[in-house]
Design a binder for this molecule. Sequence first.
Ligand code: SF4
Length: 101
Amino acid sequence: MAAQGSRPQASRSPRAAELRLLDAAAEWKERGACHGRNDDAMFPDSNREQKVAAQFCQLRCEVQTECLSYALEADERWGVWGGTTERERERLRRRAQGRAE
Ligand code: SF4
């Protein structure tokens, strides 16, 4: 337990990093245009429906950048995030891997 008056030390464990990422995501998720909508709307099955959902993000959402950053960092493979479809994020991941090699 931290002594009174001292700041708690930030943990460097991967689990703590994951929890910080989720905490940060909770803040912007509440401001997302999809907040409160049926979850299925952002997890459509067909590529065509995903493109429609991605357009919704691009036209209506003020936290598109935060959402896409989160999805890439958390490696979200399914659904529409930050105005991108699953295929578009896969392309971004491959491009980033190509640059890292
Ligand atoms: S960018 Fe799209 S998926 Fe992300 S919070 Fe906004 S509306 Fe929801």
